[in-house]
Design a protein around this ligand. Structure first.
Ligand code: NAI
Length: 336
């Protein structure tokens, strides 16, 4: 099938072209984001491939549908950026890559915890400048600490296992309990208990109307003093204003974010020659106890291979007129 891929980088092209040797789809790569202004580029193209910060709102979907696009192949797990009802009304099928590498994201969350706790980001800079002083680099043993996991799906489960390996007590909240985790000693509790008892809180639930601004002024007040908050899921789970307020007061001890509510204007681009326009993000960057990575948790070779092969296979399955197990249904429920 002919497919236009938006928001692509050289690495996307590399992995998609390599995996496409087994599929022979006709691929057109665009580096621009997909939105209502760029949607006409896909005129006459039956499949469009989009990424996390592409805007698949009603207007964009209608333009794509008018141009003949019938399939939206998301090369990511989350689908919070798609108006599923508008897609259905436009007669489009949405497919995604539900699990490309939960390990990639879970391991990145752990990397952030370790870096933040032992201040690796600061130590690295100090040593390069010949400063070997340890003041300000004091961390804590992870062993014996309580780690709260919000969302124990594919990524949250792997994350919980890794943290158990450090000797942490893992406390979890999810709308569904995972029996495997319970049998391995993870304790489920209500969200308030997880907030109140966690030394480290890591978010692994999807962004939905229910989880929007899960971390806000009110919920932070219910957390332990000095809590470490890790978000590798979606930026809008966290109210950044509240985070800054409580970082300033010391209530929040440290923060690592791989995602940010307004990341669409920043992440995945080299803006090093430009003046940063986002004052909230600029404030976040002033804290010594904050680490931000630019939505790179997924970014492993293994994950990119799986993303490309699953996306190309999703499109091949639909081209053959078969039902795709990775279809996202309008209600947001998944086929499997
Ligand atoms: P998943 O669908 O396997 O697991 C999500 C879990 O969250 C499920 O167990 C679900 O029951 C739970 N959940 C749903 N609503 C909830 C609520 N209101 N409160 C608590 N739990 C709730 O998804 P997976 O693969 O584990 O991914 C999780 C999230 O990670 C994705 O939605 C995506 O936003 C993010 N992600 C981030 C990446 C990155 O590079 N930073 C890469 C891939 C995913």
């Amino acid at each position: 099938m002919k497919m236009a891929l938006f928001s692509t980088k050289a690495y996307d092209k590399h992995f998609f072209e390599n995996e496409n040797k087994s599929y022979n789809h006709e691929l057109i790569f665009y580096d621009v984001h997909l939105n209502k202004l760029t949607a006409p580029l896909a005129k006459g193209v039956p499949a469009v491939c989009a990424f996390v910060n592409d805007q698949l709102d009603k207007e964009t979907l209608e333009i794509l549908a008018e141009g003949g696009t019938r399939v939206i192949a998301l090369r990511c797990a989350g689908f919070n950026n798609v108006d599923l009802h508008a897609a259905k009304a436009a007669g489009m099928t949405i497919v995604r890559v539900p699990a490309y590498s939960p390990h990639a994201v879970a391991e990145h969350a752990v990397a952030l915890i370790l870096a933040l706790n032992r201040q690796i980001h600061r130590a690295h800079n100090r040593v390069r400048e010949g400063n070997f002083a340890l003041d300000g680099l004091l961390g804590f043993d992870l062993y014996g600490k309580t780690v709260g996991v919000i969302g124990t799906g594919r990524i949250g489960e792997v994350f919980a296992h890794i943290m158990q390996g450090f000797g942490c007590r893992v406390l979890a909240y999810d709308v569904f309990e995972n029996p495997d985790l319970v049998s391995r000693g993870v304790k489920y509790a209500n969200m308030d208990t997880v907030f109140a008892e966690s030394d480290i809180l890591s978010l692994h639930c999807p962004l939905t109307p229910e989880t929007h601004h899960l971390i806000t002024d009110e919920t932070i007040k219910r957390m332990k003093h000095g809590v470490m908050i890790i978000n590798t899921s979606r930026g809008a789970l966290v109210n950044t204003y509240a985070l800054i307020k409580h970082l300033k007061s010391g209530k929040v001890g440290s923060v690592a974010l791989d995602v940010y509510e307004e990341e669409g204007d920043l992440f995945f681009e080299d803006l090093s020659n430009k003046v940063l326009q986002d004052d909230i993000f600029a404030r976040l960057m002033t804290f010594p106890n904050v680490i931000v990575t630019g939505h790179q948790a997924f970014f492993t070779r293994n994950a990119l291979e799986k993303i490309a092969s699953t996306t190309l296979n999703n499109v091949a399955v639909l081209e053959r007129g078969e039902k795709c197990e990775n279809e996202v249904l309008p209600e947001g429920h998944l086929r499997k």
